[in-house]
Ligand binder design. Structure first.
Ligand code: FES
Length: 320
C-alpha cells in the first residue's frame, strides 16, 4: 500500500432515502484520516479494478471517519451496484487522500447552495462549515419525491442552528413549488457565491442562469458527463514509450482499447469528469469530450482525457 492510499473499514451502513445509503469508513489500525475541506471527495478502489469518486459528507476538521453516500442507480457503471448489492459492515476498502475541486469560498457575504438528488452530498459539509463560521446561507434542494430526498431531517436541523434557510422541491407533487433559477440569480447580491451540484440538466440551467454574473462567484460540480463519449473508433493510437500502435475500434473508447491491451493507465469516473486519465498528446488532434480541460487546454491539443475523448486525426501519438 502506498502512502497515498488509506485502508478503511465499513463500520456503518444507513439508508438515507428510498434510493440512497450512507457508508461510514473508519481507518484500519493506527492510521489517522487526513482532514479535508468542504466539497472534497475521495476515490474508492472497488473490487474488479473499479475506482469511483464520492464526496465527503461529514465535517472535515479532525475526522475520525469519512462518510459518503451512494445512490442506487438503475444503470450503474459498477460503483453504485457494488455498494448497494455487495457492501457489508466489516469489509475493508482502500481509498485515496481527499482532494477538492469544489472549494467553498468562506468570506462570501451570503452563500446560495443548489442541489439535485445525490448532488446534496458535497453541499452538506459546506453547510456545516458555514454554520461553524456563522455565515448566512440558503439551500435549494430538488428530488423526485420526499421519499427520495436524502438527509432531509439533518438539513432541517442544520437550518435551525445557524443563519440558514432551506427550500425543498419535489417533482412528484404537481402543485409543489418549482426551482426558479432566474429568480434566485436575480435576487442574489453581487457579493454572494452560488454553488450547484446535481444532474446534467440542472447544471446546464444553472450555468445558463449564471450568464452575466462575475464568474468567480459561480461554482458547480458535475457527477455525470454532459457530452457523449467518442466511440466512433476508426483511428490508431501510437504509444510513444510502449512502442505499440493500437487500433481503436467502433464502440470502444481509447481507455477501453488500452485496458484490453493490458496497458496500465489511471482512471476513475470514465466520464471525462474527474481528470484522472489525463494523458499527454505528442502528435495528432484529439476530439475532446471531457468536462475537465479549459478551452485553452483543448485548443492547445497537448493533453486529453482518454476515457471519453477520441481523435480527429487518423493517428494520435500519446506519451504512454
Ligand atoms: S477517468 Fe475521469 S476524466 Fe477520465
Amino acid at each position: 500500500m502506498t502512502a497515498d492510499i488509506i485502508r478503511t473499514q465499513i463500520r456503518q451502513i444507513r439508508l438515507e432515502s428510498e434510493a440512497t445509503a450512507s457508508f461510514e469508513l473508519w481507518p484500519v489500525g493506527e492510521q489517522y484520516l487526513p482532514s479535508f475541506t468542504p466539497g472534497a471527495h475521495i476515490d474508492i478502489h472497488l473490487p474488479g479494478g473499479l475506482r469511483r469518486s464520492y464526496s465527503l459528507i461529514n465535517n472535515g476538521g479532525e475526522p475520525r471517519h469519512y462518510n459518503i453516500a451512494v445512490k442506487k442507480e438503475l444503470e450503474s457503471r459498477g460503483g453504485s451496484s457494488w455498494f448497494h448489492d455487495n457492501a457489508r459492515v466489516g469489509m475493508t476498502l482502500d481509498i485515496s487522500l481527499p482532494s477538492n475541486d469544489f472549494e467553498l469560498i468562506e468570506n462570501a457575504s451570503h452563500t446560495i447552495l443548489i442541489a439535485g438528488g445525490i448532488g446534496i452530498t458535497p453541499i452538506i459539509s459546506m453547510i456545516s462549515r458555514l454554520i461553524e463560521l456563522g455565515s448566512s446561507w440558503e439551500l435549494h434542494y430538488c428530488a423526485r419525491s420526499f421519499a427520495h430526498m436524502a438527509f432531509r431531517d439533518e438539513l432541517r436541523s442544520l437550518a435551525n442552528c445557524g443563519k440558514g434557510a432551506i427550500h425543498l422541491y419535489v417533482d412528484n407533487l404537481a402543485d409543489h413549488k418549482r426551482l426558479d433559477l432566474s429568480a434566485i440569480f436575480g435576487s442574489a447580491a453581487s457579493t454572494a457565491h452560488l454553488y450547484c451540484c446535481g444532474p446534467a440538466g440542472m447544471l446546464e440551467a444553472f450555468i445558463a442562469a449564471a450568464k452575466g454574473r462575475q464568474p468567480d462567484t459561480v461554482h458547480y460540480e458535475r457527477f455525470a458527463a454532459a457530452n457523449a463519449a467518442a466511440t466512433d473508433g476508426g483511428f490508431e493510437v501510437k504509444l510513444a514509450r510502449d512502442g505499440r500502435t493500437l487500433s481503436v475500434p467502433e464502440g470502444k473508447s481509447i481507455l477501453d482499447t488500452l485496458l484490453d491491451a493490458g496497458v496500465d493507465v489511471p482512471y476513475a469516473c470514465s466520464q471525462g469528469i474527474c481528470g484522472s486519465c489525463v494523458t499527454t498528446v505528442l502528435d495528432g488532434i484529439p476530439d475532446h469530450r471531457d468536462e475537465c480541460l479549459s478551452d485553452e487546454q483543448r485548443e492547445a491539443n497537448k493533453s486529453m482525457m482518454i476515457c471519453c475523448s477520441g481523435s480527429r486525426s487518423k493517428t494520435l501519438t500519446l506519451d504512454l
